[in-house]
Design a protein around this ligand. Structure first.
Ligand SMILES: [Fe+2]
Ligand SMILES: [Fe+2]
Length: 321
C-alpha cells in the first residue's frame, strides 16, 4: 500500500510496536478525569445527557460481526468457515462481490464467488470488507434527518480504517483496519441514542464536538471504550477507543494505538473529517514514542494519502448503499 511504501522508504525509523502490557481501560477512570474543564463548568451552563446502558439502550453488534471479529483473531480460521458465514447472508455476499470488483482493488478479472474473492484478496481482506458491510448496515440505520451526519461519520471511520491498514504490515495483529473502523464508535452511539442533540450541535458550524462533550458531560472516547467492552471485544478495541486522541496518557502505549492515532489525523486532513470533529495536534513526543515515523515522514504520507483520496472515497461509498 502507498503509505506503507512511503514509510518503508524512510526505513530504519520503522519498528515493530507491540508492548503486550496492559493499558488503562475506561473502567479504571473516573468520567471527569479526561476533561478537567468539564468539572469546572457550572451545572447551570451545562445540559447533561444520560446514556441508557440497559440491553435495550445500546445498539447490539450483529452476530455475524461478532463471528467475523472472532474469526479475525483466529489464525487458524479457514476459507471454508468464512465462505460459509458470508454465504449464509446473501446481501452480505453481494456487497463483498461488489467490493472485490470495485476500482479500489483494480483486479483484472471478474470476481464471481466468495471463494474466488478470498483467493484473490486473501482471507484477512475479505473479513475486513465483510465486517465493514455489516457494521455499515447497522449503524447507518438512523432516523432520516440524521442520515447525512451518520454517513459523514461513517466515511471518517472507513477512511481511518483504510489508512491504518496502509500504515501496517499485512496480517498484523490486532488488525489495524478493524481498530480504525471502530475507533470513534462513541460518536456513533451518541448519534444513535441522541440524534436530535447531535444534529443540532453539528449544524451550529461555529462549535466543535469537543465543546459538545463539555456541555453534555460525555466523552466519546469513554463511550466507545465502554461500548467495546459491552460488546465483549478484545482489549485493543477498548484501548483504541479510549486513547486515540491522547496516546501518551498511558505509560506503555501499544504500537497499534499510534497507527490509529496517525490514521485518524490523516483521514481528517485529507477530507474525511466528520462535521465538527476536533483533532489535537500531533506532537514531536507522539512521533518519538511511536517509533513509526517522524513529522517529515508524516508529511510525505499525508501528501500521498491526499493524492489517493478519490480511491479511498470510492471504497467508503461501497458501504453507503
Ligand atoms: Fe475520536
Ligand atoms: Fe476519529
Amino acid at each position: 500500500m502507498f503509505v506503507a511504501c512511503v514509510a518503508a522508504d524512510r526505513a530504519g525509523r520503522r519498528a515493530t510496536q507491540s508492548s503486550g502490557k496492559r493499558t488503562i481501560l475506561w473502567r479504571d477512570l473516573k468520567c471527569g478525569a479526561i476533561h478537567s474543564d468539564t468539572l469546572s463548568m457550572k451545572t447551570r451552563e451545562r445540559n447533561l445527557i444520560v446514556f441508557d446502558w440497559s440491553c435495550h439502550g445500546i445498539p447490539t453488534l450483529p452476530s455475524v460481526a461478532e463471528q467475523l471479529i472472532a474469526l479475525a483473531s483466529n489464525e487458524n480460521a479457514s476459507t471454508s468457515e468464512l465462505t460459509e458465514l458470508i454465504s449464509a447472508d446473501p446481501g452480505l455476499a453481494v456487497l463483498i462481490l461488489k467490493a472485490a470488483n470495485s476500482a479500489f482493488y483494480s483486479l483484472n478479472v471478474e470476481v464471481t464467488s466468495i471463494r474466488h474473492a478470498i483467493v484473490l484478496l486473501g482471507l484477512p481482506e475479505v473479513k475486513r470488507i465483510a465486517l465493514s458491510a455489516v457494521l455499515a448496515e447497522r449503524f447507518l440505520a438512523v432516523p432520516r434527518e440524521a442520515k447525512r451526519v451518520a454517513m459523514d461519520l461513517w466515511r471518517h471511520l472507513v477512511a481511518t480504517a483504510v489508512l491504518a491498514r496502509d500504515l501496517s504490515d499485512e496480517d498484523e495483529e490486532p488488525d489495524p483496519y478493524t481498530l480504525g473502523l471502530l475507533h470513534d464508535m462513541g460518536w456513533l452511539l451518541f448519534l444513535v441514542q441522541h440524534p436530535t442533540s447531535y444534529m443540532s450541535f453539528v449544524q451550529e458550524k461555529s462549535k466543535g464536538l469537543r465543546e459538545a462533550e463539555n456541555l453534555w458531560g460525555v466523552d466519546h472516547q469513554l463511550l466507545g471504550a465502554k461500548l467495546a467492552e459491552a460488546w465483549g471485544l478484545p482489549e485493543p478495541f477498548q484501548v483504541v477507543a479510549l486513547r486515540h486522541h491522547d496516546p501518551l496518557r498511558d505509560m506503555a502505549p501499544p504500537g497499534y494505538l499510534f497507527k490509529v492515532t496517525f490514521a485518524n489525523h490523516l483521514s481528517s486532513e485529507i477530507g474525511f473529517r466528520s462535521h465538527a470533529m476536533f483533532d489535537e495536534p500531533l506532537t514531536p513526543q507522539i512521533f518519538d514514542a511511536s517509533h513509526l515515523m517522524d513529522g517529515e515522514t508524516y508529511e510525505e504520507i499525508r501528501r500521498a494519502a491526499f493524492a489517493d483520496r478519490e480511491r479511498i472515497e470510492g471504497y467508503c461509498k461501497l458501504f453507503l448503499g
